[in-house]
Design a protein around this ligand. Structure first.
Ligand SMILES: Nc1ncnc2c1ncn2[C@@H]1O[C@H](COP(=O)(O)OP(=O)(O)O)[C@@H](O)[C@H]1O
Ligand SMILES: [Mg+2]
Length: 303
């Protein structure tokens, strides 16, 4: 049997640089890697099934994108291969409406929110009428619980019950969050909006402009002058709730210096390099992810 320390399953063309860097760093430091792409999924499945091939760990960025990766994903359970992130954890962790009560219980500060059931389950607007939108500052946000990706599924400038109805009808099988809109203050000439990463126990913060989606590294001086204690504690709690190996979250600080968790948990973080893409992740942070994953894989090597 041939064994590799880390298998990387991926499909997205923009993951190519990221995957090359993983291979570089792993090989330089003595760990082996194996690429699973769309064109070798059947072959890999066969080799795993016949015990000719084995992986200590698999980074799966494929099976959520393409069903060709699905049989391998199924087999990892049977073969007890450690998957980053574990499949059974992601579904719950990514549903904002499922997370909502858990966050409140853990005292993580989130904008005032009400969760509405999917239109399919609660066709009349009884729930919405009951909550009364009166208590929400206008405009407010209406965003889906599970579906992610912005666009028409989210309304960042909602005013009326008609807006809520329209959103629910647009995605009739998803829950919706009605949420107070947070306006970030300015900090060091930027919007006080952060994307924070959890990399296998390590927390990394970066500026992330919510309007342009541009990441900017936080300088040493800025770091010393921003209190990340609350964000760090919240990230630890999110890791505890979700049990994911890696994820990112968005936080914003308003003019009263209140720090809100805005986007709860994203898995499969975008790892395009900032050196190549306007809205890419600072290269150093991509490297930090890889080194953290390296340590994680090392701990999960089976003899
Ligand atoms: N409560 C809010 N206040 C201000 N802006 C928000 C709020 N919620 C979402 N947004 C905006 O909408 C974007 C998408 O919402 P988000 O919660 O991040 O969902 P997704 O999972 O689709 O990324 C955010 O990046 C932010 O720009
Ligand atoms: Mg987001």
């Amino acid at each position: 049997m041939k064994k590799y320390n880390l298998a990387i399953a991926y499909k997205w063309i923009y993951d190519t640089d990221f995957v090359s860097l993983i291979e570089n760093i792993f090989h330089k430091n003595g760990l082996s890697t194996y690429i699973i792409h769309k064109n070798n999924t059947k072959e890999v499945y066969g080799l795993l099934k016949s015990n000719e091939l084995f992986f200590d760990v698999i980074l799966d960025r494929g099976s959520d994108e393409d069903e060709d990766f699905e049989p391998i994903a199924q087999l990892t359970k049977e073969l007890q291969i450690k998957v980053i992130n574990d499949y059974h954890l992601t579904d719950l962790a990514l549903d904002k409406s499922v997370l909502q009560p858990k966050l409140e219980k853990e005292n993580i500060l989130v904008p005032k929110t009400i969760v509405l059931p999917p239109l399919d389950e609660e066709p009349d607007d009884f729930e919405i009428d009951k909550i009364s939108l009166k208590s929400f500052t206008k405009p407010f946000i209406i965003k889906p619980g599970y579906y992610s990706g912005g666009g028409e599924s989210i309304n960042l400038n909602a005013f009326t019950i008609e807006d809520v109805k329209k959103q629910r009808a647009f995605l009739n099988d998803d829950t919706f969050l009605i949420q107070e809109k947070i306006y970030p203050k300015q900090i060091f000439g930027r919007r006080a909006w952060f994307r924070c990463f959890w990399f296998f126990g390590k927390i990394v913060h970066t500026f992330w402009d919510d309007t342009t989606h541009e990441y900017t590294e936080i300088s040493g001086y800025e770091k010393d002058n921003i209190d990340f204690t609350f964000i760090g504690e919240s990230m630890k709690k999110l890791a505890g709730i979700s049990k994911l190996d890696y994820f990112s979250s968005e936080f914003a600080i308003n003019k009263n210096d209140e720090i809100y968790l805005i986007d709860y948990i994203n898995d499969q973080c975008d790892m395009r390099f900032k050196s190549k893409h306007f809205d890419g992740v600072p290269d150093r942070i991509v490297e930090e992810f890889i080194f953290a994953m390296f340590e994680f894989v090392k701990k999960n090597i089976k003899n």
